[in-house]
Write a protein that binds this ligand. Structure first.
Ligand SMILES: Nc1ncnc2c1ncn2[C@@H]1O[C@H](COP(=O)(O)OP(=O)(O)OP(=O)(O)O)[C@@H](O)[C@H]1O
Length: 730
């Protein structure tokens, strides 16, 4: 039954009044117990348990700086209920340190380790500010939260929706790559809270009629150092120019900017620097077990493949340096079917697909190959077990964010960084930045080479070959353009070997590198040396003894899976075992086939000097295809023969078992019968077995006769004869 109109109006009035009361109480509480500007609220003692909260009996208010529970903060019932509903009760350190300052309207520059709960440290002040301002639909955009990536924006939006579920604000997710821009344009002016990526926000600012951000109360930059980075500089400047100067600004990141210039761009007013883990001995989560190992460029894919095969029950996030790398490794590994679902995520994918992949990876055990698009902020629902950095991160900050996708909140996690010999300087930089990383040695005996398999795949699949070429060039270019030349030096890389390791029949042309070599020649360096430099294995640049002291074993634990990991990652205890592991590639392609193809297609066995001329290259390439076809034929024939041999063996075994049981039965039935009689009984049975089964294979009568005669020879002889017969038939 509907309530009478006057009654519902009365209820609304009462609710409005209660809200007004609540807001004025909150304002009074906040104002009266304001923590000193610059004070460290974590240093204050927590409130005694069961102490009264809010307005006290003497008319004063409880202290909220130093509180440990959300319910002790001056916050609206709606937000508190939203937090409770989402199971948030006690605050994390960054929340305890920043919320008291943020709730009283101060600008915040917050830094805390990855996975430590920074999201709530800005979502709550956003909701509370608008609540206390009694912001309504008609007031338009009141708050903007900016994230560097679409996935992260989506995740922040989910947290906002969960915690703000009892508020009446309208909120919208504005991210690029979505088709419904026109619908967005129609509705964006009605939204109170925008969660967006910089590009999409600016697009609305530029294109949407009457889009007005002049009343914005709170601006949040999540992953602030990234958004203030050169990549977003122009976009962000344009956005800031359209926002009011008088607003609250909250900047959060695990690797915060301290640049005065950056802060000046945002016109922060006496910001509170909240760096809760600044005094910590490590800059990464304590429950994160981090390792690094030397992996030469041409072994990276072998190592990654072997790693995946040794961790089939884990959720693994793999970082590669470019979209093309991600595409190639994903496509090629997918074809080899490692036994665990594979997924990929990169910026060139359609947005819908990106979102699907992201949520699938949240739910399932799988391997996700990704660019740095997944490196920041993402909180994959069910914990990531391993972060594998196949390509070295561009700097320490990037490393910290990548590994931060695991070991979040109270869970543990593990990471491994592949470093090429020429990149060892990165290890020093990480250690200098308080990253507790252990240097370990891979167990190369467990390495499962895949380059031969790639060669075979690439020959059959020209799309994959194109992908490989592009991945190869893009990777080297990415190294070439890296800023940190102490770590990244393309001239130290074994380029031909790298090309071969991807299964490419010849090294693609690298225009940017040619220019570099030319540059060297101009400055007096001989081409010979430059060539040697490029082709040399970078191992020369790395002196092993430098690292000896840092080498430690990884303590893996006792689980079944850990044992496999142990075998893979450690060399000491398991060096002499595990050869059988290499056979895991068997079901995909037989071992001989791998070796053969590797021999033909592997760049190491090719005299590249003869390939310079275009005509010769084509000729070589044609010949290589023919060789591969031939090898393929031979392999197939060999494979067929093997299968037949196996079948025959099985039949022999079956037959032996049958005759043995018959013998047993016979013996049981007639223990007194003579040997001659027994043989006479069995003969026709044995021949019948052979004829019955072999007649399917189309044997001639002569063959059958030969087989009948086998009755009088030993089993080994029978097998040998059967095999001989088979090989003469094909
Ligand atoms: N007070 C809390 N109580 C329980 N869980 C929390 C609390 N705060 C945050 N979490 C959980 O901790 C995890 C990490 O939080 P969040 O994503 O905010 O971390 P972050 O510091 O922003 O990490 P990053 O630097 O990687 O962006 C999330 O799963 C979140 O739900």
């Amino acid at each position: 039954m509907r309530k009478p109109k006057s009654k519902s109006r009365e209820l609304r009035k009462q609710r409005k009044f209660a809200e007004q009361e609540e807001v004025s109480l909150l304002n009074e509480w906040i104002e009266s117990q304001k923590p000193d500007s610059g004070s460290n609220t974590l240093a204050l003692p927590p409130l005694p348990s069961n102490a009264p909260v809010g307005r006290l009996s003497d008319g004063t208010f409880s202290r909220y700086a130093g509180s440990t529970k959300f319910s002790e903060l001056p916050m609206s019932k709606k937000t508190l209920d939203g937090l409770k509903k989402s199971d948030y009760v006690s605050m994390t350190e960054i929340q305890r340190a920043s919320l008291p300052h943020a709730l009283c309207g101060r600008d915040i520059l917050g830094a805390a380790k990855t996975g430590s709960g920074k999201t709530l440290a800005f979502v709550i002040p956003v909701l509370e500010k608008l609540h206390r301002e009694r912001w309504g639909h008609e007031d338009g955009v009141g708050s903007i939260i900016i994230s560097p990536t679409r996935e992260l924006a989506g995740q922040l939006f989910d947290v906002l929706k969960a915690v703000g579920r009892y508020h009446n604000f309208s909120a919208g997710l504005l991210i690029g790559g979505r088709k419904e821009i026109d619908t967005e344009k129609e509705r964006v002016n009605e939204l109170n809270i925008l969660v967006c990526t910089p590009g999409r926000l600016l697009q609305h600012m530029d294109e949407t009629l009457n889009f007005d951000c002049s009343q914005v109360q709170v601006l949040v930059l999540d992953e602030a150092d990234r958004i203030l980075d050169v990549g977003f500089k122009k976009t962000l400047n344009a956005i800031i120019s359209q926002l009011p100067k008088h607003r609250q600004t909250l900047l959060f990141s695990a690797t915060q900017t301290k640049s005065i210039q950056d802060l000046a761009r945002l016109s922060l007013k006496d910001p509170e620097y909240v760096g809760v883990h600044e005094k910590s001995t490590t800059s990464t989560p304590d429950r994160l077990q981090q390792t690094a190992m030397v992996v030469p460029l041409e072994q990276k894919l072998d190592m990654l493949w072997s790693f995946i095969k040794a961790h089939l029950n884990s959720k693994i996030l793999v970082f590669l340096s470019s979209c093309k790398q991600v595409k190639f490794v994903f496509e090629a590994f997918k074809k080899l079917r490692p036994g665990i679902p594979l997924k990929c995520l990169h910026g060139k994918m359609k947005q819908g697909k990106r979102m699907v992949i992201y949520s699938q990876f949240c739910e399932k055990r799988s391997v996700l190959f990704s660019t740095d698009v997944a490196s920041r902020g993402l909180d994959f629902n069910k914990a990531v077990d391993w972060v594998v950095q196949v390509d070295c991160p561009e700097d320490v900050a990037s490393y910290i964010h990548r590994v931060g996708r695991t070991a979040r909140y109270v869970s543990g996690g593990r990471s491994v960084l592949f470093l090429m010999p020429s990149e060892m300087k990165m290890l020093e930089k990480l250690q200098a930045a308080k990253v507790p990383i252990q240097f370990i040695k891979a167990n190369n005996k467990r390495l499962q080479p895949v380059s031969g398999l790639f060669s075979a795949l690439l020959v059959k699949d020209s799309d994959l070959q194109d992908l490989a070429k592009r991945a190869f060039v893009t990777y080297l270019r990415s190294i070439h353009i890296q800023k940190d030349k102490e770590v990244f030096d393309v001239m130290k890389l074994p380029i031909d070997e790298f090309s071969a390791s991807m299964g490419l029949p010849m090294t693609p042309k690298l225009r940017f590198l040619n220019q570099k070599i030319k540059g060297k020649m101009m400055s007096g360096i001989q081409l010979d040396n430059a060539d040697k430099d490029i082709a040399s294995l970078a191992t020369g640049a790395f002196r092993e003894e430098d690292l000896e002291g840092q080498r430690e074993e990884l303590d893996i634990g006792n689980s079944g899976e850990a044992d496999v990991e142990k075998g893979f990652l450690l060399s000491k205890e398991t060096e002499h075992e595990g050869e059988e592991k290499t056979s895991e590639l068997g079901p995909i392609l037989p071992g001989t086939r791998v070796l053969k193809k590797k021999k033909v297609a592997d760049g190491k066995n090719v005299d590249n000097s003869s390939l310079l001329d275009q005509g010769k290259r084509e000729e070589y390439y044609k010949k290589m295809r023919e060789d591969l076809k031939q090898a393929d034929k031979e392999d197939k024939a060999l494979d067929r023969q093997r299968r037949r041999e196996k079948r025959i063996k099985e039949k022999m075994k079956r037959k032996k078992q049958t005759s043995d049981s018959e013998e047993d039965r016979d013996e049981e039935e007639d223990v007194s019968a003579s040997e001659g009689e027994k043989m006479g009984d069995r003969k026709p049975k044995r021949s019948k077995i052979y004829f019955d089964s072999d007649s399917d294979d189309g044997k001639t009568t002569e063959d059958r006769e030969k087989l009948v005669k086998t009755d009088s020879i030993s089993l080994a002889e029978q097998e040998a004869l059967a095999l001989k017969l088979l090989s003469t038939m094909h």
